[in-house]
Ligand binder design. Structure first.
Ligand code: SF4
Ligand code: SF4
Length: 378
């Protein structure tokens, strides 16, 4: 079991910076959180490209502001990292802008990472319990602590999206969708989330934005903001989810990520301990619908990513060949070959090309979704 099972629950009525600072300080004190000076900290918010704080679908920037200051005051080195699940112009960097986290990063001189721009490395096969292979950004191993800052939301497939699900923002770019395609049902998707979680090597501190949650669907970004009024913290993201799901009226035995985590002996739900009282704010129980069936053959998932396309600008410098974790590029007979079937859509090759010859080519379905999202600002 990683991390202990205490979960602090602290009332927080609004996103005023003063109130958020007070709530986060109290939440960390209650779990007796300690950090050494000079520790390297990666803050991982929950962002969706082009979404704004008012939509209630992303981590509110005031929590990121507060955490940046908290760790800077403790003389730590802070970085913010994320990979938005939607491919849309600007992608994760666009999400930093619309979420106002770009302003926070500037205020504290904190670097921003988009995981899709980073080098990706394989996880040793023996460390996987469900997947045959898994690739994660190498850079996460440079940190001493990952501060997982989820938004409390309902989710049509997983019913509830919290601290464990937020870590699925670490597999970069369209690779998230490809991993989704390896699953046939909710149990298998929970196994993928747990394989990712178990292979994040640094310690994890989860601090949840449950001041305002996202209620209803059908998709993760389309619900209604609903006041809940808490900040939660724990050194175990699954323990945090055990308490958070109860706050919005779910029972932990109905949340598949929690029941599957129990099977893997990652958590003992009976030992999870809430420090602080809470009252329940009942959220909608999403019924199974088209988005819930995302899986192997659904075009809703199989066509919502992009694949690289090499343009005539390519000067055969060879940079992309070793950068690709799956060997999808090869230079042969003075020509760059791209093997589409090997590509996992991590997008890591795009920024490495010195002449910007690698473009991302969207599927028609993704273009359609992008257009709908732009028009309706979802
Ligand atoms: S070719 Fe595909 S798998 Fe290889 S780095 Fe580019 S996006 Fe990633
Ligand atoms: S990095 Fe760019 S220029 Fe170099 S071989 Fe790859 S596509 Fe061509």
């Amino acid at each position: 079991m990683k991390g202990d099972l205490d979960v602090s629950v602290v009332p927080c009525d609004s996103y005023s910076q003063q109130e958020i600072d007070k709530a986060i300080g109290e939440a960390l004190n209650k779990i007796d959180f300690q950090i050494k000076p000079n520790s390297k900290i990666l803050i991982k918010p929950n962002l969706v490209s082009q979404n704004t704080p008012e939509q209630g679908s992303i981590t509110h920037y005031t929590l990121i502001d507060s955490l940046c200051r908290y760790f800077k005051d403790k003389e730590c080195k802070v970085t913010i990292g994320e990979s938005s699940s939607f491919y849309i112009k600007g992608y994760t960097m666009r999400a930093y802008e619309t979420s106002k986290i770009l302003d926070v990063a500037k205020k504290y001189s904190v670097p921003l990472i988009a995981f899709e721009n980073e080098k990706i490395i394989p996880v040793p096969k023996k460390k996987l319990k469900f997947l045959d292979e898994l690739y994660l950004p190498e850079i996460i191993n440079d940190f001493d602590l990952i501060v997982d800052v989820p938004k409390l939301k309902t989710h049509q497939l997983m019913r509830f999206s919290g601290a464990l699900k937020n870590l699925y923002g670490i597999p970069p770019g369209g690779y998230k969708q490809l991993l989704h395609m390896k699953t046939k049902n909710i149990n298998e998707f929970a196994e993928v989330l747990l394989d990712v979680y178990e292979n994040i090597n640094p310690k994890i501190l989860s601090v949840m934005d449950a001041v305002v949650g996202l209620d209803g669907g059908p998709a993760a970004v389309i619900g209604k903001p609903k006041k809940i009024g808490y900040v939660l913290a724990s050194m175990n993201p699954i323990a945090l989810d055990v308490i958070a799901c109860q706050i919005i009226g779910y029972s932990p035995e109905n949340i598949t990520t929690i029941t599957m985590a129990e099977k893997r002996k990652l958590i003992d739900v009976k030992k999870v301990h809430a420090i602080g009282e809470f009252k329940k704010i009942i959220f909608e129980k999403l019924q199974k619908g088209p988005v819930a069936d995302l899986g192997k053959d659904s075009p809703l998932i199989t066509r919502t990513y992009a694949l690289p396309r090499v343009t005539s600008k390519c000067n055969l410098c060879g940079n992309c060949v070793p950068r690709c974790p799956t060997g999808a590029f090869e230079i042969k007979d003075n020509k760059l070959n791209f093997y589409k079937e090997k590509c996992i859509a991590c997008y890591s090759c795009v920024p490495i090309c010195p002449v910007k010859a690698i473009k991302l080519k969207e599927f028609k379905m993704n273009k359609f979704f992008t257009l709908i999202r732009r028009i309706f600002r979802i």
